[in-house]
Design a protein around this ligand. Structure first.
Ligand code: SAH
Ligand code: SF4
Ligand code: F3S
Length: 467
């Protein structure tokens, strides 16, 4: 396996920009401004990739459209994490036969994590002839060339070969918000949790150079961005593939020292690599949000071993205990899987007890979904679907009660929030931990931090007033 990260050369990127120019000329000669629609599924990593797709598209002269109807290019940036996610994409992809019939020049592309699966690529080749191109995440940087080939060559393009890890710096980005920004600090994953498809479709871990990340963050802050989320499948292993001796805590510290009024957060942290050094760094800098997404997946050490997570219940709890001790105000969230193959009723109860012990602010809850090619898909799974649904409902109930209780405890407290928009007559803001607060105020406050006194709470949001 090739684990060496290569940087895509400036020359190779310039060639892509050359295709952007050719596409822009192709349309301007016809006197039209083409429209592009990018639909994003899945996680923030895909959101960040879509900002690059839009960056390329606007450099090619496209205006962004809000829907597929009437668009000259449609790009579906897909997610493969669960069966349900894929079914949705196939359904929506099928519906594009109609938009294409009404607008025959429409070019349709599928990219993202599903494009990294052989079975998906074969199905598109044979059963979705209206799709003009498919490219995996390894080939996103070559999108202008793929688009140009489709526009001029009247043939379908499949750029799905598995490539050794590479990083492309300098792809333009059209960001969806002026206040908040995603910054990918690394790509891929080496963990091979037995249920997960991500390492197969996104390849090995590759870290960006710290200087490139710092430069991007500085530019964002100068342009008025107030809330930066650093992205990676496992940010805690940042830098392991670099030889510069900078680990994730060091990187966070360097970003937190950039002058300006902003908050920095990150996801996702793998509990195995989450260190006390990281928690100490978080505690030390006011610019690092006291928010931690630390997926535990299961409360049973036996199940965790079968998942290949490399930590057990006790070490997980120790880490949480330390993090809460150094950051008493910490907002803690997590992911959990119900119904992993062979999970017994007792093991499920261990998950419930862990949730009750830790008291998460909120949880992302999933029922195990077998993914072809992963070890867990071949494990014996005798638990009936109805039983898994019952466990899932019980888990959600337990968490909802906890979330409600935590929310009620906000009442009377004062929270520093970023005011980020409007909802009817009220303004909306987010607490450091990402909670939504609605409150009355002047529109001019949007884009600033303010202290809000919390006056009310439901399970999902808070109400407040300026202090
Ligand atoms: N890299 C992150 C998670 C990315 S995927 C991490 O390790 O924490 C987001 C979540 O989807 C995972 O945390 C897991 O809870 C869930 N997930 C992944 N594969 C799944 C599967 N096959 N079935 C059900 N849930 C899954
Ligand atoms: Fe998937 Fe595990 Fe990697 Fe997360 S750490 S992306 S769950 S393999
Ligand atoms: Fe989905 Fe790919 Fe993210 S599988 S969750 S979009 S990394």
């Amino acid at each position: 396996m090739n684990t060496k990260t290569t940087l895509i050369s400036q020359e190779a990127l310039d060639r892509q920009f050359g295709y952007c120019d050719k596409i822009a000329a192709f349309f301007s000669q016809q006197g039209i401004t083409p429209k592009a629609y990018v639909e994003t599924y899945g996680c923030q990593q895909n959101e960040a990739d879509s900002e690059k797709l839009r960056g390329y598209l606007s450099q090619c002269g496209y205006a962004m459209a809000e829907e597929a109807e009437g668009a000259d290019v449609v790009v579906m940036n897909t997610c493969a994490i669960r069966e349900h996610a894929e079914q949705r994409v196939f359904g929506n992809l099928g519906a594009l036969t109609h938009t294409k019939r009404r607008h025959p020049g429409q070019k349709i592309f599928l990219c993202g994590c599903m494009a990294g699966e052989d079975k998906v690529v074969s199905r598109i080749k044979t059963s979705f002839p209206h799709v003009d191109g498919v490219f995996s995440t390894h080939h996103l940087w070559q999108f202008p060339e793929i688009l140009y080939t489709v526009l001029t060559g009247k043939k379908r393009v499949f750029s799905v070969a598995d490539e050794p890890g590479s990083i492309a710096e300098g792809i333009p980005q059209v960001r969806s918000s002026g206040l908040k920004a995603w910054v990918s600090i690394m790509y891929g994953c080496n963990n091979f949790c037995t249920y997960c498809i991500v390492p197969y479709v996104r390849g090995r871990e590759r870290s960006r150079q710290p200087e490139c990340i710092l430069e991007e963050c500085r530019a964002l802050i100068e342009s008025g961005v107030k809330d930066i989320t650093l992205l990676g499948q496992n940010v805690n292993s940042y830098g392991k593939d670099l030889s510069c001796g900078v680990d994730f805590a060091d990187l966070l510290e360097q970003i937190a020292q950039i002058p300006g009024d902003f908050l920095i957060r990150f996801m996702t942290s793998h509990p195995r690599d989450a260190s006390n050094k990281l928690f100490d760094t978080m505690a030390k800098y006011p610019k690092i949000a006291k928010q931690l997404h630390l997926p535990f997946q299961s409360g049973s050490s036996r199940v965790l071993k079968a998942m290949n997570r490399h930590y057990d219940r006790e070490t997980y709890l120790e880490k949480v205990h330390y993090a809460k001790a150094v950051m008493p105000e910490l907002v803690l969230t997590s992911d959990v899987i119900v119904g992993f193959p062979g999970e017994t009723e007792e093991e499920f109860e261990e998950t419930i007890s862990l949730i009750q012990q830790v008291h998460y602010d909120s949880l992302f809850t999933f029922i195990f979904s077998p993914r072809t090619g992963t070890p867990a898909a071949k494990m014996e799974d005798p638990t009936p679907k109805e039983e898994k649904n019952r466990r899932f409902d019980r888990l959600c109930q337990v968490q909802n009660t906890i979330s409600e209780e935590i929310h009620k405890n906000y009442i009377g407290s004062v929270q520093r929030c970023l005011i980020d928009g409007k909802d009817g007559a009220l303004l909306t803001a987010r607490t450091e931990g990402g909670r939504l607060v609605r409150f009355p105020g002047d529109e001019q406050l949007i884009g600033t931090f303010a202290r809000l006194r919390i006056t009310g709470a439901t399970t999902w949001s808070l109400t407040g007033e300026l202090e």
